[in-house]
Design a protein around this ligand. Structure first.
Ligand code: SAH
Length: 397
């Protein structure tokens, strides 16, 4: 008998409408004593089965639905079906293609695989397990990823603080095949990064694919101009702009590894005459710039500033301050590209924070687009908060 998770009356609507998450407060009772990682059936108060998922007792989200068909087995064939559908979606969007061989192949809930993220870097697939249940089936999942993606190596990304409530503590590392590093193209830019879980490895799975389309837009706006890539990490925006014909690029990040890796890329791509990395706090670096030092494009891509609804007001103040500092550096007729990767900050609130920051800087501007992540980061239609990335492109007068 599969164990059961029974919802309270009044807590069914979001799940019924298509949201895959079950919050702890929504649960009335359990049946069959499920343990961490066990498969469970989700029931409404009348006893109708709503679908299946894995149980995570220590989490604020004890269940994330994997299927709405109570009869569907969560076995190897299930994983292969979902992975095949996920890759078909990417192919329909033209991924991979000649100039882009790195992309997100599985975006958890958005691909019906809550608890699993897979990023493809050329011949290497990097896997993140985000729920106890997914981690408990890792061998099954790794086999399916290896088979369906055809990757010559599959690497597990080391677990972080977010996985602790799920009881996942893993150093990550090579799990299938062999690989030296992550070698891939994005918008024609050749990247070579260390494997996650090794001393050479970077943040997350190694690179942030969600900004791919926004990087291409920045590169086209930056042709012939000066670019400031603030919160650059390894220089995704800056290097794309430089290869796209920007005259001069300054990348700023506080991370020693990020700057070191970025600098090495600049040397490998023979861009040392046009691209510079500075390690430091963006606010201090911006403040220390000459008053007259203006850029045709200023990109601001800070880390996640709000992890929960409670942190939103403070995060909005920080977005405002970031935009204020960045907008002062934009040349007249230039571009400000301000991003937020906080899912709990909605697009309207973010746009208002950008407006306040511009005003603080004494600048005026027109919003030409408010974009999000690329199509390889799909989300369930009924789960709008999952579309975390916002990227405001502003023409500054
Ligand atoms: N723009 C990047 C991703 C940025 S992720 C890309 O396109 O890939 C956010 C980055 O901000 C991280 O690399 C982190 O090291 C850096 N960071 C966080 N706080 C910072 C600060 N105060 N000053 C400079 N960099 C900061």
């Amino acid at each position: 008998m599969t164990a059961g998770v029974h919802l309270r009356a009044g807590s069914v609507q979001p799940v019924w409408a298509g949201h895959p998450w079950v919050f702890a407060q929504a649960i009335e009772r359990l049946s069959g004593a499920p343990q961490a990682g066990d498969e469970v059936l989700l029931y409404d108060p009348r006893g109708n089965a709503l679908g299946r998922g894995y149980y995570s007792p220590g989490s604020a989200l004890p269940v994330r639905l994997l299927t709405r068909d109570p009869e569907e087995a969560l076995d190897g064939a299930f994983f292969r079906r979902r992975l095949t559908a996920a890759l078909a979606l990417r192919r329909a969007l033209g991924l991979p293609r000649a100039d882009t061989t790195g992309y997100r192949a599985v975006n958890a809930e958005g691909d019906g695989l809550a608890g699993l993220v897979v990023d493809v870097y050329g011949a290497v697939a990097c896997v993140q397990f985000l729920t106890a249940g997914m981690k408990a089936r890792e061998e099954l999942v790794l086999d399916a990823v290896s088979e369906v993606t055809g990757a010559t190596a599959v690497v597990e990304v080391p677990s972080g603080p977010a996985q602790r409530p799920e009881g996942i503590v893993s150093p990550g590392g090579l799990r299938r095949g062999a690989a030296e590093g992550l070698v891939f193209l994005e918008n024609g830019v050749p990247w070579a990064l260390g494997l996650p879980g090794t001393d050479e490895g970077g943040q997350k799975t190694g690179y942030y694919f969600d900004q791919r389309d926004n990087r291409a837009r920045v590169a086209s706006l930056a042709r012939g101009g000066r670019v400031l890539d603030a919160f650059s990490y390894v220089g995704g925006f800056g290097l794309t702009a430089a290869l796209g014909g920007a005259r001069e690029v300054l990348c700023v990040d506080s991370g020693a590894r990020a700057v070191e890796v970025g600098q090495r890329r600049v040397e490998a791509l023979e861009l040392t005459d046009r691209v510079r990395f500075t390690r430091g706090d963006v606010f201090k670096v911006l403040e220390a710039l000459d008053r007259e030092d203006r850029y045709d494009v200023v990109v601001l891509d800070p880390p996640k500033l709000a992890r929960s609804a409670r942190e939103v007001p403070r995060a909005l103040e920080r977005y405002r301050a970031t935009v204020g500092a960045g907008a002062r550096r934009v040349a007249s007729g230039g571009w400000l590209v301000a991003c937020s990767c906080s899912g709990s900050v909605d697009a309207v609130a973010f746009q208002r924070a950008v407006a306040s920051g511009l005003r603080d800087a004494g600048r005026e501007g027109s919003l030409v687009s408010l974009s999000g992540a690329g199509g390889d980061h799909p989300v369930p239609v009924a789960f709008p908060e999952a579309a975390y990335l916002k990227c405001a492109t502003v023409r500054v007068w």
